[in-house]
Write a protein that binds this ligand. Sequence first.
Ligand SMILES: [Zn+2]
Length: 691
Amino acid sequence: MTAWRRPIAFVVVAGALSLPWAARVASAATEASVPAGVGLDLAGIDSSVAPGTDFFAYANGTWLKTTPIPPDRATYGVAAVVAERTGQRTRELIEQAAHAPAGSDTRKIGDYYTSFMDEAGIEAKGLAPLQPELDRIQAIRDRRALARLLGSTLRADVDVLNATNLYTDNLFGLWIAQDLDEPSRYVPFILQGGLDMPDRAYYLDPSPRMAEIRAKCQAHLARTLALAHVPDAEARAARIFELEHKIAEAHGTREDTADVQKGNNHWTRKQFDIAAPGLDWQEYFAAAGLGRQQDFVVWQPGAVTGLSALVASQPLDTWKDYLVFHAIEHRAALLPKAFGDEAFAFHGTELSGTPTRRERWKRAVDATSIALGEAVGRLYVERYFPPAAKARVEGMVRNILAAFGRRIDKLGWMAPATRVQARAKLAALKVGVGYPDRWLDYSGLQVVAGDAFGNSERAEMFELHRNLDKLGRTVDRSEWVMTPQTVNAVNLPAMNAMNFPAAILQPPYFDPDRPLAMDYGAIGATIGHEISHSFDDQGAQFDATGRLRNWWTPDDLAHFQASGAKLVQQYDAYKPFPDLAVNGKLTLSENIADVAGLAAAYDAYTLSLGGKPAPVVEGLTGDQQFFLSFAQSWRAKFREPALRAQVLEDGHAPDEYRADTVRNLDVWYDAFAVTPSQALYLAPGDRVHVW
Ligand SMILES: [Zn+2]
């Protein structure tokens, strides 16, 4: 369930490919700080810190002291370094693609990129590419026409369970995936959307900081309209903001949205008219390409009811102004520079503290890499992910699965019947390494040289139709949800599958030329993390076929929750700021996965030694290499707003505390001679062993 870490790119799905804040993805040219030959960054260690006092600072302290956060980033660390290296490599591949034969997928990559890079051409066109959409909005005379226009904005741009992208700037978002009650078929999921800011809390939280952000948001709306020469921009912005505030009030909370049981609401088409009157659903779904669909899943029913009522109750002119603003903002990155700069000033600088907008080529690489994701991925894999690397990772996966199986067998608390089902689920698990078995076909996507704006629109529509086409077909469990060039990993609960993209399979996460202890400590722990999600409180809700069916007994759950309680306390005690602690409950599932993943990776590493002693490297034992590699794989620095945002919103604890997972493993105490007087020491009874 959910990605292994907060995405380096905050917006990674095709539907949102042109949003200005998608600009936070990968970037340029800092090379990895891990020198070749050793496999660990020994120079980055701060030996003045005792490992038992602060393991993260011990493993990374010198690097932390000597490395500034680049001005175009909100956070910086190994994930960013790897993303930058990948971005640089992807850029070379994309630039070479411009010379491929016309009509090929490779040439489309080149043309998409070159069009995005044509800043002068984009300036010269001004707002002309947007004019047809603005005309359609101005032509709205009644609520039926409003419903049609809103329906035409629906995109396949959200994902509840896999990549967990919950944000869409359109009024609603669409996710087409397995029916959780009947996993052999696809069903459309409808999610709430329509806000300019990331979450309802930005509109409703009473803190002074949020009040300040709201004032700045309204000013941003006004400036955007003024840039487009919309008259009375200030007054319109005030009304749009008021409407967004009402939308936020109707939105479900993040906690409820994360609760699968609360989200899995099957609605017939007729139920929309009865339970959510206001919006003309007939017109809406017809315009969205779902006119004949009879059944849906409504993830936040309160929001669908509330937003539909607002479509009827709020003035038509306010909705038209709202649509004008969102039409501009949605493609700000593809309009003249002033629009993208304005969107960045608010979303990048104000909301996440990033001073500088990233260079155009980096944004162009990201946009291309999303629009033609698997076509770019194919080039990437051919160049950078040889079969030998894939084979080594697959060997690690086999060992980690075996280690996990042994842990399941040894679990004292799990009922025998539950254990049988856990074993069945483990056996059916489909672990994808590097890239999908079959590549997506982009022959249906038209890319026109010199038309960046149109290309972006067509890429969104291609992705929408690719998803709509799934309805009525057999579910394809081999489909990937991340591209090979994504630096992340993901568990797909309804598919009982996981993806480990090629781009995360590089140093310092993975390096076929270094001792296995280091690979198990880094990528091995990530693989273990993802596998454990299939068997945790979230995974317990999905059986081996992906059906939403709890296969645990109440006793199993009670024991699991009791183990969790200790881990909640452990994380609640971490305070990145005097006034803000990590939320142990919000991050519990991820923290359990970190503990379980590290433990399974350690077992698998031991298994891989086959009884022989581990090679010593630079005086470090195999166990020391394993744990150091783990802590260095969490190396990261944050700007304050970004760290605060992560603590408040994200299901993952900040990277520093994820490195401290080690304190739950007995072997770590031996490896670094940790004593009871040291800060990270936990009495044996306080160490959490869930699995
Ligand atoms: Zn996770």
